[in-house]
Design a protein around this ligand. Sequence first.
Ligand code: MRU
Length: 351
Amino acid sequence: MLPTIAREADEVVMVDQRKLPGEEVYVRCKTAAEVARAIKTMVIRGAPAIGVAAAMGIALGTRNSKATGTQKFAAEFYKICELMGATRPTAVNLFWAIERMKRVFAKAAEAGESVEQIKDRLDAEAVRVHDEDVASCRAMGAFGAEVVPADARILTHCNAGALATAGYGTALGVVRGAVEAGKHVVVFADETRPFLQGARLTAWELVRDGIQTTVITDNMAGSLMRQGRVNFVVVGADRIAANGDTANKIGTYGVAVLAREHGIPFYVAAPLSTIDLGTPDGTHIPIEERSSKEVTHVRGLQVTPDGALVWNPAFDVTPHRLIAGIITERGIFRSPYIESLKRAFEEVSLA
Ligand code: MRU
């Protein structure tokens, strides 16, 4: 399986996704600040992977603490959580992971555990966040495979693969699940301007897996669908609101509109950690805006004239009415999402 992120003794190690597919190099973070920087600068990206990185960064940062008393240790812990929370605003998995670490901290501190014991608990929780994510992706893959056509021509946007998770992937987990279920699958990967996650990362992953992959530029999707060459769309998500509205990589909304126009089912694959029942609908999802340089420059070369203004939102929101189903580790949830997504969590608390 692809190595997205790992904890190695006093380091958090991650493959530098900015350099793929040209170079496979690893970034070794020795401090929480270095992990936070890696998230912000997209060394590691993709909502679930960001959550895992934050949990590992918090565990690493607190492990490095020289504090002996719980009070000073607590102050440092919360500062590290704040640092992580300031990296990227849209992917709710980030905040979900931070909350998980805070709960573990609070419980251990309330029980009067020592600094060393709390450090061990935080380490163990980060490992769980990582391992559970892989298990969720595999479950999503198996559920999603059931709705993939036997002869599938799948279009996906951005990279919701092993690189965007602790392993296996969400949308690409569904692709992998369908292949494992014996379906014939070919994939069209949207290039995904401006960061090129589709062209660079999705294509890299799938080609390595021997899955036929055709890269298209984002503006080709409509024409491809019109020619009848796509019969299934699956994408990942950065945050799903209580009513099913879904934030994902910029351009996803356009793909969903095109899919509806051409009668192609449009699915979202995401773990429950991406569903945010506290956000009522898509209008409340904070959308990250990134540097204009991502648009004005391609691989260091300026492609726009000086003086041109730039708008660079990293995500858009697909309204729930365009979504055929949300594939999770608990099964596939369908409209009305306001009810089905709430049920998904009730089922978890019963389990
Ligand atoms: O800006 P990125 O690369 O972090 O955006 C990633 C996406 O939009 C993914 O589709 C989403 O996080 C789901 S990843 C399983």
